[in-house]
Design a binder for this molecule. Structure first.
Ligand code: PFF
Length: 481
């Protein structure tokens, strides 16, 4: 399939669009990264700040990406080039492409671990193991060198296969069917975790905010987690929105995707922390291996744990795939549209480059365990650079672009689908559907206007200033001034 400039591929159904965008957002970021970052950052207070960031900064950045992507109908770089020709704005697209490489490198490390856990579940590798043994099994795998690299390559290849088969046949089909199953499994994990003896401490840790744990670094990491988890700040959603049809309701889609993303993250938290407390583990100790050291214990104490364990790691691998395809698509769409390279060729180039960086990352705990910057190994450096530096920077530039560079009328047209969309009907119109009066319609219009103005205020002032302060403060620049 060729995705050239004239005949662009696209998403077929409304449900498919939400699922594909949600499929990008929901992934290892929610289930693997969220719990361990919450654990390192002190629990409840971090969660509150994170939720605030999703609402006030995340949703507006996501909506801005949708506006750019659907308006330009181009890849992340090409979109800026089309809307702002002969300016420096396309550099934002380049930042996104660099971020995509970096994320792909460390994302595939963790996705590889997940695939290995499918295998371990199938061969019943944790049978009879106590908590200590489960940890030992993980650490010996993590530090074993060749095995994690093998699984990482398998994962990158799986991503490439879906990417080569194109948007409609690949991305949409896979995301649509499988996500609901993951939600069901998570619910059952939450129930089991909550009913383990000694689990209450986990809930307190997650939901009872202790603000003494908050520092500028923690605030930056909440921002990074919000951006990473929502897939924003690097053009993945610009690229996806470029395939959206004109009738897609962008504000509602951004709201739905963010809501789904947050719910899944919190569910992952409820599945992990009560179990950790029940096992006597400390939340800040897990690091990137947290879920791999906790969950096998939970599965062992569940009826049907053998099957649940296989199903969980299979579905988590698929959630990781629906995210990694959105990351790889940023690079592939860029190469096909800007350089005229065919889709398979572009995918191969991306795979080779990503695997090269990715292998160094996977070997962070073995061959390259002594390579570090400060107290961070290669993996941590890449994760920090992408999540806490490149994504916030990209997000900041994206909102400034939509808020200050694009014409207001153009932005408004995208948000209201040329004025035909009754945005607020979705929220206030439910009860008045058949009995709406002229007065209701006036109210709807007023609300619609207000919502656009609130959005404009956020992307012009609040978001850029907030992101800049959080970032400069988080890397210690404000203090040293
Ligand atoms: N949001 C994905 C997750 O939570 O796993 C990761 C991700 C996808 C980050 C796409 C960034 C991106 F552009």
């Amino acid at each position: 399939m060729s995705v050239g400039k004239e005949s662009r591929d696209g998403f077929a159904s409304r449900f498919g669009i939400v699922c594909a965008a949600a499929g990008s957002a929901i992934g290892l970021g929610n289930i693997w990264r969220f719990p361990y970052v919450v654990g390192e950052s002190g629990g409840g207070a971090f969660l509150l700040i994170y939720l605030g960031f999703v609402l006030l900064l995340g949703i507006p950045v996501m909506l801005s990406e949708f506006v750019i992507g659907r308006n330009a109908k181009r890849n992340a770089f090409g979109a800026f080039k089309k809307i702002a020709p002969r300016t420096l704005w396309p550099v934002v697209g380049i930042i996104g492409i660099v971020a995509a490489f970096v994320i792909l490198a460390f994302y595939s490390t963790i996705a590889g671990w997940t695939l290995h856990y499918v295998y371990l579940s199938v061969v019943n590798g944790f049978k009879g193991a106590d908590a200590l043994t489960v940890t030992e099994i993980f650490v010996s795998f993590q530090t074993s060198g060749a095995f994690p690299v093998f699984w990482q390559i398998i994962f990158i290849l799986l991503t490439a296969i879906i990417i080569i088969s194109g948007v409609k046949k690949g991305i949409e089909k896979y995301s649509k069917i499988l996500m609901p199953f993951l939600v069901l499994l998570l619910i059952s994990l939450c129930i089991r975790s909550l009913t383990l003896p000694g689990s209450v401490g986990g809930l307190t840790f997650l939901f009872n905010p202790d603000f003494s744990k908050i520092s500028s670094t923690v605030v930056l990491s909440a921002l990074g987690q919000a951006f990473f988890s929502l897939s924003i700040g690097m053009g993945a959603l610009i690229t996806y929105a470029s395939y959206f049809p004109d009738r897609t309701n962008l504000p509602v889609t951004s709201f739905q995707v963010s809501l789904a993303d947050v719910i899944i993250a919190i569910m992952a938290g409820v599945a992990i922390f009560p179990a950790m407390f029940a096992l006597g583990m400390l939340p800040e100790e897990g690091g990137p291996g947290l879920i791999f050291m906790v969950l096998p214990n939970v599965f062992q104490q569940m009826p049907g744990g053998y099957v649940v364990s296989i199903a969980f790691f299979v579905l988590l691998s698929i959630a990781a795939l629906t995210s990694s395809i959105s990351i790889m698509e940023v690079v592939v769409a860029f190469l096909t549209e800007e350089f005229g390279i065919k889709r398979p060729g572009a995918t191969i180039i991306t795979v080779v480059a990503a695997a090269f960086v990715g292998i160094f990352c996977t070997l962070s705990w073995s061959t390259f365990e002594h390579v570090s910057l400060g107290n961070r190994n290669i993996f941590d450096v890449l994760d920090f650079t992408a999540s806490n530096v490149l994504l916030p920077l990209g997000g900041l530039l994206i909102v400034v672009f939509v808020g200050w560079y694009m014409k207001q009328s153009q932005v408004k047209d995208e948000m209201t689908n040329m004025g035909i969309l009754k945005l607020m009907v979705f929220m206030i119109g439910y009860y008045t559907r058949d009995t709406r009066t002229d007065e209701d319609y006036t109210r709807i219009r007023v609300l619609k206007l207000k919502m656009f103005e609130v959005f404009l205020f956020i992307i012009r002032f609040l978001a850029p200033i907030a992101i800049a302060i959080i970032f400069l403060n988080g890397i210690g620049l404000i203090k040293s001034l």
